[in-house]
Design a protein around this ligand. Sequence first.
Ligand code: SF4
Length: 339
Amino acid sequence: MSWQTEFKDALRTNEDLEQFFEKTFPKTQYPLFIPKTFAEKIKIHGPNSPLWKQFIPHNDEVENKSGRYDPIGDITHSKGNQLIHRYQNRVLFTPTTICPVLCRYCFRKNELAEKDEVFNQNFAEAKNYLRANPQINEVIFTGGDPLILSNEKLAGFIQDFAELESIKYIRFHSRTPIILPSRIDEGLLAVLISAKEMFTRSMLMIHVNHGDELDAEIVEAIKLLTDAGIEVFSQTVLLKGVNDSTEILAELFSRLADISVKPYYLHPPDEALGAMHFYMSLEAGRRIVQPLHDLLPGWALPQYVIDIPGGEGKIPALNPESFVFSGTLINRQGLPIKV
Ligand code: SF4
């Protein structure tokens, strides 16, 4: 089955979900999307599994009213042209609001559900912004999920960015290889190889949270990428009830490292409205993450970083006190911030 057919043949409503799983589920205000091929895997793993908890709607999405609409300040740093400019040298580029699956814990779930201004399309304006800010040397495709775009569309954006001399690095953040491995076809490999040739470095950052996501089919798809010379990194979100144990994380990171994926980021859960049932304190997270240093070599250990609520960017999550001076939290420029 082609990835486009898999994508079209997805569960999109509560009725679809209830028919497929033969159970009832809470109705939430958030959209729902699970390709049936992936829903089959969820069904096999069952209701207490990490797969189920990440993608099946939960009562708390409706009942728990705490959390922030935009926990990491995308809107504050949005330039209104699909660019989010938070750090001096790099921008996030959001070419789509579409994802291969809708993750119940997503920190961008409110923005995506509302199709917020962060996703306003104005590509000419985005290119003008990059021309006017030549200190920006990296574009990070995020979303939504950029690998859900057609090869032609993706290649077009890549070509456009390559025409800007200031852009040296290009990065793609994606959950697609885990959810729709059939997307890693020859056409996509050709696009990613051409990106490698057009920029000084080009990287794919896959989003993966639990070893159960790395079945034989997914490992095969990732091998297609690494065999083609694509640099593959990973990012993981620490989620209560899903992967909140040292052993689970150690297994995930060592398996990723064994298939030539560099574990790059581990994020504490964000305080996202509608996803607070996945939230855990920094202190609880530290107790889980610190022992990883005893179990894994540095090259298999991701950086454990937290996005400061409000949009001030990432700081080390194991020791955020290193950013506290005289009782005040400071940002990367050394300026005091309110959280
Ligand atoms: S694929 Fe990424 S952007 Fe899309 S819902 Fe999941 S976490 Fe959010």
